[in-house]
Design a protein around this ligand. Structure first.
Ligand SMILES: Cc1cc2nc3c(=O)[nH]c(=O)nc-3n(C[C@H](O)[C@H](O)[C@H](O)COP(=O)(O)OP(=O)(O)OC[C@H]3O[C@@H](n4cnc5c(N)ncnc54)[C@H](O)[C@@H]3O)c2cc1C
Length: 386
């Protein structure tokens, strides 16, 4: 079969690789000048530090099959991501842990005392079924921590009132009542030695795969040459935004070179609303096997995604998203196209999830080819975005 794959991010690369290894010809169209999509990395020309061009990334997963697939292409250096939060001029471990609680409230509590303390802090806001982010936060941790660590940051990050955002966004942010300081708790965590773009280039390096960078797909392109299309671009863009634009947040990155290390860890969230950026990433921390005296940091600014901007985070609102549901209805009627990946299904997907779904999409396609010699259009888990 001859397959068209739109987008050379992780999703497109994994699908192409699996189908190519089964003897199918894959043409991958990528509108930018490089592969790897959102996790693209590139060496800074001044310092040689590997930069996360579209925001810092760390691989983390509990799925051995996904990890084994990745390790076919690149060696993973064990790395545990650490984060801090800047609140009113003080730096705290983040996610919030016991030491952050004690420093913030100037207390000396142990784990059990901290649990009781937070229960008291939250008691007046307690509700069985929080209806929004703010209610979930207040009824979980009380007003002190919510206002210090989350309220301003959430308004900057999402450009929305926390009362307009769904409670699950708060629930996915852990709080530790011990001295745990790692961001992720997956059994496998690390960074690809050589960077993410090298990893994706190797996935795409196969005689049955042709990658055409700098080529944008449009729905009016003639695809009669192809038996099926896997589309990992934005779903609303596929339909020419005919019903309107799905809301996304975009990011502006402002890099800065410095002579010396700027912060202790890879990312620091700036929680105060009067600081215009949401976080600062210091790239060299992500590659601990390298040694650099100099450094590059990037300030991240979040704003509403407009025409021509890169869509990063789908905006999830309390009232759901009717517009997205309408695009799903249109997508389901496209007989030759499967909408895949973070943009095709309008969800935030961690890399392991994106790889896992791409593997499943490709195996599902191979099974269908085996049974009927054709691939039915399918749409992966529409709307499930937690
Ligand atoms: C700021 C940020 C930080 C993140 N950090 C982490 C992290 O630490 N750990 C983690 O596990 N995950 C992280 N992620 C998630 C990770 O980026 C995604 O899992 C991954 O990018 C999904 O890959 P994808 O191929 O589905 O999408 P993408 O990487 O977006 O790839 C889609 C590709 O399609 C191309 N394209 C789009 N439309 C067209 C068109 N019409 N024609 C041709 N090409 C097109 C794009 O240029 C792009 O290259 C982060 C995401 C963001 C936004």
């Amino acid at each position: 079969m001859k397959l068209l794959i739109v987008g050379a991010g992780l999703t497109g690369a994994v699908i192409a690789r699996i189908l190519a290894e089964s003897g199918h010809e894959c043409v991958v169209l990528e509108e930018s000048g490089h592969v790897a999509g959102n996790c693209h990395t590139e060496k800074d020309s001044k310092t040689g530090i590997m930069m996360h061009c579209f925001g810092p990334h760390t691989l983390h997963s509990d799925d051995d099959q996904i990890w084994d697939f990745i390790e076919r292409f690149i060696e993973i250096y064990p790395y545990k991501h650490k984060k801090q939060a800047w609140v009113k001029g003080e730096i705290y471990p983040f996610p919030i842990n016991l030491s952050a609680i004690n420093r913030f409230f100037n207390t000396d509590l142990d784990s059990d005392q901290a649990r009781n303390f937070l229960e008291q802090e939250a008691a007046q806001f307690r509700t069985q079924d929080p209806e929004n982010f703010e209610q979930a936060a207040l009824s979980g941790i009380g007003a002190g921590l919510y206002e210090g660590f989350y309220k301003g940051y959430t308004r900057k990050q999402w450009g929305r009132e926390p009362t307009d955002l769904p409670p699950f966004i708060f629930r996915r942010l852990p709080i530790h009542l011990d001295d745990e300081s790692n961001v992720y708790h997956h059994s496998r965590q690390g960074q690809p030695i050589g960077g993410y773009t090298l990893m994706v280039e190797r996935m795409l390096d196969h005689p049955m795969i042709e990658v055409r960078t700098g080529v944008a797909f449009t729905a009016c392109m003639d695809t009669t040459d192809f038996d099926h299309t896997f589309y990992s671009g934005p779903i609303d863009r596929y339909f020419g935004w005919c019903l309107g634009r799905l809301p996304y947040r975009t990011l502006d990155f402002k890099p800065e070179h410095r002579r010396e290390t700027f912060q202790e860890c890879g990312t620091v969230n700036y929680c105060d609303e009067d600081i215009p950026y949401t976080r600062v990433a210091e790239h060299k921390h992500f590659w601990p096997w390298e040694e650099h005296k100099q450094t590059v940091i990037t300030y991240e600014f979040s704003r509403e995604c407009g025409e021509g901007d890169i869509p990063y985070y789908p905006v999830q609102l309390n009232e759901g998203n009717e517009l997205f549901e309408k695009y799903v209805e249109m997508a389901i009627k496209e007989p030759q196209v499967s909408f895949v990946g973070r943009l095709g299904t309008y969800r935030y997907l961690d890399m392991d999830k994106a790889i896992g779904e791409a593997m499943q999409s490709a195996y599902q396609a191979l099974e269908a080819i085996g049974l009927n010699d054709s691939i039915p259009a399918f749409f992966f888990s529409p709307g499930s975005s937690e």
